[in-house]
Structures are given as structure tokens and as C-alpha cells.
Ligand binder design. Structure first.
Ligand code: ADP
Ligand code: MG
Ligand code: ZN
Length: 198
């Protein structure tokens, strides 16, 4: 299956397989795999960082906390699929060691410290960056953004309206309060992704 996906990945990027979109990558699920297709070059930077982190964590026995990565190239990366976390009131939330203790994997604190000090990782506690593994424990699925990449690249692109920022608001089409993708200060298109806004 993996070889088939690497060779014919485009054929699997369909509406039925679509599972999620961030500001720089769009994800499709095929059985136990996720195709993470770059929608902006910054997505490739993040996927490359993820691969470096993944390989390093493998060497020190912390690989269980990270989505397994099978390949990365300029167009996409292929990861293992992890179950999504439930949202709280339709929103992502900050992981709390106490409140979410049932979800916390072993060696979590140590891993966070390492990501912070060795990889300059950004925004490690937001629930949107995790899936759940077979044991129901938190597993990083989006872990390639560094603080320096965020400040030097992401913020200017978001300010310029090139990359979307996520805002929690009512969609003017379906009326549901959810995460909207907003492009810069002058973007007045308050529709959600399901209602047609990319
Ligand atoms: N390994 C994975 N398993 C399950 N879902 C995933 C995985 N990777 C990404 N996703 C889904 O795709 C979305 C976008 O991927 P993400 O890595 O967050 O992209 P971005 O870096 O643009 O934020 C995620 O929010 C999540 O819903
Ligand atoms: Mg994301
Ligand atoms: Zn909507």
C-alpha cells in the first residue's frame, strides 16, 4: 500500500479521503496512512523538520510520542494515521497535565522539554497538534513548526493575508460557531471550510 501511495498519491487526494487542513498542509486518509500535501512551501519546511525530529526521537527511544513518518518530499509527506482528539465546545484547547492526565503518554514532560530546548519547537500544547495512538495517548501529528520559523516566516505571511489564521466565529452560511480560516485583517469572508472557504 505504501509504495502504491508514493507512486499514485494524487489519485487518493479526493473529497472522500479528506480529513483536515492546516494553514500550510492538507491531509487525506487512506487506510492507516495520511497523505499530507503541501499547500504552501512552508508546509515542506515543517515536514522536513518533523522528519528530523522523528529520526532523532527514534534514536533515543521516544518515537512512540510522534506520528510515524514514511517519506517526505517537496510535495507531500506520508505519516501514519492517528485518531483525532475530541474538541471542547467545538474548539481546540491547551493540553493540561492534570485535566487531561488520562491522555498523557509516558515521558511526556521530558519530550516537551527536549522539543523546546533542542528543536525550538513552537506551540506544543495545542490539542490540534495531536492525535491519539492505539493506547489512547497523545501523539504529535503536527510538530514541525519552530519558534524561529513561526516568527520569521509564518507571521509575515499571515499578516500579508497569504496564510490563513484560525479564528473561532460563526460561519455566515451554516451558522455554526467553528474555526474559520481568515486571510489578513481585511478578510471579511466568514465562511467555514465545509461551506466552501479554502
Ligand atoms: N498523522 C495524522 N493522523 C491523523 N490526522 C492527521 C495527521 N496529520 C494531519 N492530520 C489532520 O490534518 C490536519 C492538517 O495537518 P497539519 O499537520 O496540522 O497541517 P498544518 O501544519 O498545515 O497545520 C490536522 O489538523 C489533522 O486534522
Ligand atoms: Mg496543524
Ligand atoms: Zn459553514
Amino acid at each position: 500500500m505504501l509504495i502504491e501511495l508514493m507512486e499514485n498519491w494524487k489519485a487518493y487526494c479526493t473529497a472522500e479521503n479528506f480529513i483536515g487542513i492546516g494553514s500550510t498542509r492538507k491531509a487525506f486518509r487512506v487506510k492507516g496512512y495520511v497523505l499530507k500535501v503541501n499547500i504552501h512551501p512552508l508546509g515542506y519546511q515543517q515536514s522536513k523538520n518533523e522528519f528530523v525530529i522523528y529520526k532523532t526521537m527514534k534514536e533515543i527511544g521516544l518515537t512512540e510520542l510522534f506520528a510515524e513518518i514514511y517519506m517526505v518530499d517537496e510535495l507531500l509527506s506520508i505519516q501514519k494515521y492517528y485518531h483525532p482528539l475530541e474538541m471542547e465546545n467545538n474548539q481546540t484547547y491547551e493540553i493540561d497535565m492534570q485535566a487531561h492526565r488520562k491522555l498523557i503518554p509516558e515521558r511526556y514532560k521530558e519530550t516537551l522539554d527536549l522539543l523546546d530546548t533542542k528543536f525550538d519547537s513552537f506551540d506544543l500544547k495545542d490539542s490540534s497538534n495531536y492525535g491519539l495512538n492505539a493506547k489512547g495517548k497523545l501523539t504529535f501529528i503536527d510538530y514541525g513548526m519552530s519558534k524561529s520559523l513561526y516568527e520569521a516566516e509564518w507571521v509575515p505571511l499571515a499578516k500579508a493575508g497569504i496564510l490563513p489564521q484560525i479564528h473561532f466565529d460563526y460561519c455566515k452560511v451554516c451558522g455554526i460557531e467553528k474555526e474559520l480560516r481568515m486571510y489578513g485583517e481585511n478578510d471579511s469572508d466568514k465562511r467555514c471550510y465545509s461551506c466552501g472557504k479554502e
